[in-house]
Design a protein around this ligand. Structure first.
Ligand code: AN7
Length: 425
């Protein structure tokens, strides 16, 4: 019998070398490649709720998990498109999918004696890390790009008590500084998604989709920034295949915003390696990332799953955000709306088929980015309490007529009239 059975390893995704796990090993010592966790004794034995329902497919820790019941988010059937589902990650404790990774990575940080956890962030990683650090009694330090983080995320991080380091520059500058600090000063434990333990937690999103549907979907659609989440999903899908729990894997489809699309461009141009973007720009601030750390894993996920990636513009993102809010009842932040905008584009271009079972990962709650909601046309009226009810009824009818006719953004043609789908059941 192989004496290695049961031993969890870290494996380099570039050269394939394997290493004994160590919480501070994040890069292959030989070639500098990204590492991924190879579980020693993976078992499909879901039990309980949330991320830890899959504890037999997660790193084994001696201490009990630092948890807030993250995961078990709703899979919502679309009323606009047959076969389409929304995985609403906004219902996690801090309002984004990051909590799935943070429960695992924070537990590992605590178990290994860290006193301070650090991350660079476009906002959600920061607020999630800060929340879990608060619960664990660790000191959170976050590196945020100056003027580029949505208000709700900043306020969350302030509330959780994080030390905030504003970096003059973009996310890519912020992550370089955070990495340098954690390499040179060991007491700062890094929680960005090059930390493979965090991605183990993020895998669970896919397990839930699989269980809720009772089978793998035809495709999973992810907004892609640093590219950790799509990579984690692909790892999960392969694990279920290897364990014989599932007999197929979905296609992994990525969506990036125009102005920050190195991975989608590499896919469409068939490049080995993305051309990084120096000053990424998009309204979807969560995915305003020019040098995605996990690009090698993401390109593998997209290519090996026979998936693809598309680019959507800010106007399409805002339109998608409004459609989801007004026709599905779901408010998401712009980065998450990119999933839906990307799905519409892929339908149009024949990259997915109408009626296919497709899951859009709606990564973050819309209330995190109030500014992105401010430009929506509002349907409102001020009245005196004494208003006659016939008059009130007339005013309301007008509002609905006006709203149906216009549905465009005030003074900005970014929000064109809604597309009217004929297949509403
Ligand atoms: C809402 O918080 O990178 O491709 O620093 O917040 O796994 O990076 C956020 C990313 C999609 C992209 N949607 O996920 C950060 C950060 C939302 C996000 C992404 C992010 P990855």
């Amino acid at each position: 019998m192989n004496s290695d059975v049961g031993e969890t390893l870290l494996k380099c995704v570039s050269c394939g070398r394997e290493y004994k796990p160590s919480p501070r090993l994040f890069r292959c010592p030989r070639c500098g490649g990204l590492l991924e966790v190879v579980l020693g004794n993976p078992t499909w034995r879901p039990k309980g709720r949330g991320v830890w329902r899959y504890r037999d497919l997660l790193p084994q820790t001696k201490i009990s998990p630092v948890t807030m019941g993250e995961g078990s988010t709703p899979l919502i059937a679309s009323r606009l498109h047959k076969g389409l589902y929304y995985k609403f990650e906004g219902s996690n404790p801090t309002g984004s999918f990051k909590d799935r990774g943070m429960t695992v990575a924070t537990t590992i940080a605590l178990e290994n004696g860290a006193s301070s956890v650090i991350a660079a962030s476009t906002g959600n990683t920061a607020s999630s890390m800060a929340a879990y650090a608060s619960r664990a009694g660790l000191r959170p330090v976050i590196f945020l790009p100056r003027n580029k983080v949505a208000k709700g995320k900043i306020l969350q991080s302030i509330a959780y008590g994080a030390a905030i380091v504003w970096v003059e520059g973009g996310f890519d500058d912020a992550i370089s500084l955070a990495m340098k600090l954690s390499e040179e000063k060991q007491k700062y434990y890094p929680m960005n998604s090059f930390n493979p333990w965090r991605l183990e937690g993020q895998k669970t999103l896919y397990y839930e989709v699989f269980e809720d549907l009772g089978k793998p979907p035809d495709a999973m659609v992810y907004p892609v920034g640093n590219a950790g989440n799509i990579s984690a999903g692909w790892k999960a899908a392969q694990e279920l295949l290897m364990l014989g729990v599932a007999d197929t894997v979905p296609r992994f489809l990525g969506v990036q915003a125009r102005g920050a699309s190195p991975i989608a461009d590499a896919v469409s141009k068939g490049l080995e390696k993305p051309v990084f973007v120096d000053s990424p720009e998009t309204i979807a601030s969560a995915i305003r990332i020019g040098k995605p750390v996990n690009w090698p894993k993401a390109l593998k996920a997209i290519r090996e799953s026979k998936g693809t990636a598309v680019v959507v513009g800010d106007d399409e993102i805002l339109q998608a955000q409004m459609t989801l809010a007004r026709h599905e009842g779901i408010i998401v932040e712009p980065a998450s709306a990119a999933s839906y905008a990307g799905y519409l584009k892929m339908l149009e271009e024949g990259l997915v088929d109408r009626g296919d079972t497709v899951v859009l990962v709606l990564t973050g709650h819309g209330l995190k980015d109030p500014a992105s909601l401010e430009s929506m046309v509002s349907n409102e009226v001020s009245v005196k309490p004494s208003i006659d009810t016939n008059e009130l009824d007339r005013v309301l009818s007008e509002i609905w007529q006006h709203s149906a006719a216009v549905e465009v953004q005030k003074g900005n043609d970014a929000r064109k009239p809604y597309p009217l789908y004929q297949n509403i059941p």
